[in-house]
Ligand binder design. Structure first.
Ligand code: NAP
Length: 293
C-alpha cells in the first residue's frame, strides 16, 4: 500500500463551516453561489484506472474537487493522476483491493492522511462475468459478489468512520440498470447490483443522522473496457438501441451531471435514492440482451 504523489501546490480551504451539517439539527439553509461547486472537497473514486471511474473523477475535478484515485496497481493510475493535476486539482493515487479487508483498512487510513479529511466517496470498483445461469461457477459468484457488494459495503464503512466525526459526507454507490431489472446472463451481477440499491437505502438510514448521505447512481448501457466486446456486435447494438427511449447507448459523459449532483450541496436533502441514468431503458423495454440459451 503506498501513495504515488499528492500535488500539494495549491492549498485549498477545509470544508466551510457553514455547509457542515450537525447531527440532530435541521439542515441550515446555506446556499452557495453555485450549488454544484466542489471546491475544497476531497473525493475518493475507487476503480479509477479505466472506464467510468475516470469519467467520474474528471467530472468531480472539473467541479473543483481534489481527488484520491484507487486501483489494485498504483502504476495503472500514474497517467490519470497527472491528467487530474493538469485540471488544476490535487490528486493522489492509492492501492486498493476491495476484496481484501486489510487493503481496505490501510487504504482508508492513507486516504484520510492525504489531505486531512474525506468528503465524497464514489464506490465504483466493480467487475462482471457474463454467462448463462447454468454455466455460472462458485468462483464466478464469489468474484462478483465479493467485489461489487461486499467490497462496496466495507469501503463505505471504512470511509464513513472518517466522515461521521466531521458530520459530513457524500457516499455514491455505483449500481446499474440491473439494480432494478433482470437480464439473462447477468444473474450474479444483477444480484450484486440489486444488493447495492438495497444497501444504499439501509446505509442512508444508518448515517443520515451523522450528516452523511448515501445514494446510488445506476448507469444503463455504456460502452467501456468491461463490456466492449458486446458493442462489436452491430446486430445487438441495433436491438439495444431500439429498446432505449433516447435511441442511443450512453456516452460516459452523460453521467457527469448526476455524479456532480450527488456529490454536491445540490443533493443535500437527497439520501437513500437510486438515480438511473439510462436513456430510459428501465422504463419498460427490458429485454436488451441477446438470447443466451
Ligand atoms: N460500463 C457500463 O455500462 C456499466 C453500467 C452500469 C454499471 N457499471 C459499473 O460501473 C463500474 C465501472 O464500470 P466500467 O465499465 O468502467 O468497468 P471497468 O472498465 O472494468 O473498470 C472497473 C474498475 O474497477 C476496478 N476493480 C475491479 N476489481 C477490483 C478490486 N477487486 N479491487 C479494486 N478495484 C477493482 C478496476 O481497477 P483495477 O483493475 O485497476 O484494480 C477498474 O478500475 C463497475 O462497478 C460496473 O459494474 C458499468
Amino acid at each position: 500500500m503506498s501513495r504515488i504523489t499528492a500535488n500539494r501546490s495549491s492549498k485549498k480551504p477545509a470544508i466551510p463551516n457553514e455547509v457542515r451539517q450537525s447531527p440532530g439539527q435541521p439542515s441550515r439553509p446555506h446556499v452557495p453561489d453555485n450549488l454544484f461547486d466542489l471546491t475544497g472537497r476531497v473525493a475518493i473514486v475507487t476503480g479509477a484506472s479505466r472506464g467510468l471511474g475516470q469519467y467520474f473523477a474528471r467530472a468531480l475535478a472539473k467541479a473543483g474537487a481534489d481527488l484520491v484515485l484507487t486501483s489494485r496497481k498504483r502504476e495503472d493510475l500514474a497517467a490519470f493522476e497527472k491528467e487530474v493535476q493538469s485540471l488544476g486539482r490535487r490528486a493522489a493515487s492509492l492501492e486498493l483491493d476491495v476484496r481484501d479487508q486489510r487493503s481496505i483498512e490501510k487504504f482508508a487510513a492513507a486516504a484520510e492522511n492525504v489531505y486531512g479529511h474525506l468528503d465524497i466517496l464514489v464506490n465504483n470498483a466493480g467487475c462482471n462475468v457474463r454467462k448463462p445461469a447454468l454455466e455460472v461457477t462458485w468462483d464466478d459468484w464469489n468474484l462478483i459478489l465479493d467485489t461489487n457488494l461486499r467490497g462496496s459495503f466495507f469501503v463505505a464503512q471504512a470511509v464513513a468512520r472518517r466522515m461521521i466525526p466531521r458530520s459530513y459526507g457524500r457516499i455514491i454507490n455505483i449500481g446499474s440498470v440491473t439494480s432494478v431489472a433482470g437480464y439473462a446472463g447477468l444473474g450474479p451481477y444483477g444480484a450484486s447490483r440489486g444488493g447495492i440499491r438495497q444497501l444504499t437505502m439501509s446505509l442512508a438510514d444508518d448515517w443520515g443522522k451523522h450528516g452523511v448521505t448515501v445514494n446510488c447512481l445506476a448507469p444503463g448501457w455504456f460502452r467501456t473496457a468491461q463490456n466492449n466486446v458486446m458493442y462489436e456486435d452491430k446486430e445487438w447494438v441495433k436491438y439495444l438501441v431500439e429498446r432505449i427511449p433516447l435511441k442511443r447507448p450512453g456516452q460516459p459523459n452523460d453521467l457527469d451531471g448526476a455524479i456532480v449532483f450527488l456529490a454536491s450541496e445540490a443533493s443535500r436533502y437527497v439520501t437513500g435514492q437510486t438515480l438511473l441514468v439510462d436513456g430510459g431503458i428501465s422504463t419498460g423495454a427490458m429485454r436488451a440482451l441477446r438470447k443466451t440459451t
